[in-house]
Structure formats: C-alpha cells, structure tokens
Design a protein around this ligand. Structure first.
Ligand code: NAP
Length: 226
C-alpha cells in the first residue's frame, strides 16, 4: 500500500487489516509512517511499516528486495501515492517542472511499482493490483485546467489497461479505482465523501474473487468510462 500514512491510503490499510490481510503500510516519511502504524495498532490492527518513496528508483528497489527476502510474494499491490499540485491552473500557466514532478509520482511511481512487484504478485496465484485514479483523468469527462494532475491520471489509466492485459495470463487482476471527492489533505474539507467511502471501491478491487473483473475503471463498485 503506497502513500499509506494518511488520507485514503491509511483508511485502505485499516479496512484491509480488518479483513485479516497482513498489510504493509508504506510511506516516504518514516516518522509519519510509524505514527500511522501506531494508530492502527492502538485499535487492534497490527500492520508492518516500510519506507517507500515511489519517486525514488532506489527506494522502490530496496523495498522489492526486502519483500522478496522476507515474504517471497505479494498478494495485493495498491498504488495510492499521489500529488495534486496544479488544481485549477491553466495549461498555459502551469510550470513544466510541476508537470514532471506530478508524473513522477502519479504515473512513474505506479509504473515502477508494477514492474518491480509483478514477479512477486505472480507468486500469489491470485494477485490483485489497484491503481488509484481520479475522474479528472477521464477522457470522457476531460475539461480545461489542472493539466499536470489530469494527464498523470489519464496515463495511469492507460498503464492500468496495459498491465492488466499483460498479466491476465497469470490470474492477476488489475483495475483502476476512483474514490470520488474525499475529505483528505488533498481533497480538502469541502469534499462530500468520508475516507471510509473513498476507500470502499479500492478495498473491493483489492479483494476481488477469481471471477471478478480486470482492466476496468470503477467508482462506487461500478464501471465508469475511461
Ligand atoms: P493525501 O491525503 O494528500 O495523501 C497522499 C499520500 O501520498 C500521502 O501519504 C503522501 O505522503 C503520499 N505521497 C506523495 N508523494 C509520494 C511519494 N513520492 N512516495 C510515496 N508516497 C507519496 O491524498 P488522498 O486524498 O488520500 O489521495 C490518495 C489517492 O487518491 C491519490 O492517488 C489521489 O490522486 C487519489 N484521489 C483523491 C481524491 C480526493 O478527493 N481526495 C479524489 C480522486 C483521487 P506524504 O504525507 O509524505 O506527503
């Protein structure tokens, strides 16, 4: 579970741990990650903390190697880590550096996590990968402004389809989940949804049965257009 120290990621960890999964809460900041781990432990949900910056190739590789040694497999990968730095900014005004930095986390983070961890997910025999996307990346609903974030999520959606197709033969299901507009640091206090509601579809896709869907995009457990 990437970007799991707060917001939707932390809530997905909570819900998966409640279902009895052994959860690895990954976060780029050790203090924040350990504090989130402590909160879950205090409510009777033991999870493992691991440091992970998805924008750092070496950090991803360290975690992969650690996982391979310690567990030898991964049942569920949730690519949740995300940044949202150009809300409402015109495509003509956004700094190019902001676009690069956003793609680095929202697209390349998931790209390198999939490439590093799919061999371990294959070992599971029933692997699930969930990429946390946004309606702002939907081509069906595309509008102006917020280009960095929108493009990063559109590209993440394409990555979802591509990976889903390549790993279908191994029984791995890969889907994108849109949490809706959720009250987190990213979503802000005016958002209508709670983290519990935002996490629901992600958890559902992370624990799909073997006859569940793959290569789709879902909100409220229902397919939505790309
Ligand atoms: P959030 O509260 O801002 O949390 C984002 C998480 O991502 C934080 O844990 C953050 O860690 C982590 N992160 C950022 N860069 C990272 C990196 N390089 N490596 C590892 N972790 C990194 O956001 P949220 O609302 O929970 O969003 C979670 C996901 O849902 C995101 O992918 C977002 O795009 C998507 N989403 C959210 C909404 C919404 O309304 N909230 C709507 C649609 C989609 P730090 O604490 O260290 O910064």
């Amino acid at each position: 579970m990437t970007g799991a120290n707060r917001g939707i990621g932390l809530e997905v960890c909570r819900q998966l741990a409640r279902k009895g999964l052994r959860v690895v809460l990954a976060s780029r900041d050790q203090n924040k990650g350990l504090s989130a781990q402590k909160d879950l432990a205090a409510s009777g949900l033991p999870v493992v903390y691991r440091e992970l910056d998805v924008a750092d190739v070496a950090s991803v590789e360290r975690l992969r190697a650690n996982f391979a040694d310690e567990y030898g497999r991964l049942n569920v990968l949730v690519n949740n880590a995300g940044v949202y730095r150009d809300e409402g900014v015109s495509v003509f005004e956004v700094e190019e550096e902001t676009v690069h930095a956003t793609l680095e986390v929202n697209l390349f983070g998931a790209f390198r996590m999939c490439r590093a961890f799919v061999p371990l997910v294959r070992q599971s025999g029933h692997g699930r990968i969930v990429n946390v996307t946004s309606g702002l990346g939907s081509l069906a609903e595309m509008k102006g402004a917020t280009a960095a974030y929108r493009i990063s999520k559109t590209a993440l959606n394409a990555l979802t389809c591509i990976v889903a197709d390549e790993v279908r033969q191994f029984g791995i299901k890969v889907n994108a989940a849109c949490p809706g507009w959720v009250r987190t640091e990213m979503g802000g206090s005016s958002a209508p949804r709670t983290v519990e509601e935002g996490a629901d579809t992600i958890v559902w896709l992370a624990t799909l049965p073997d006859d569940g869907p793959t290569g789709g995009c879902f909100r409220d457990r229902k397919p939505v257009p790309w």
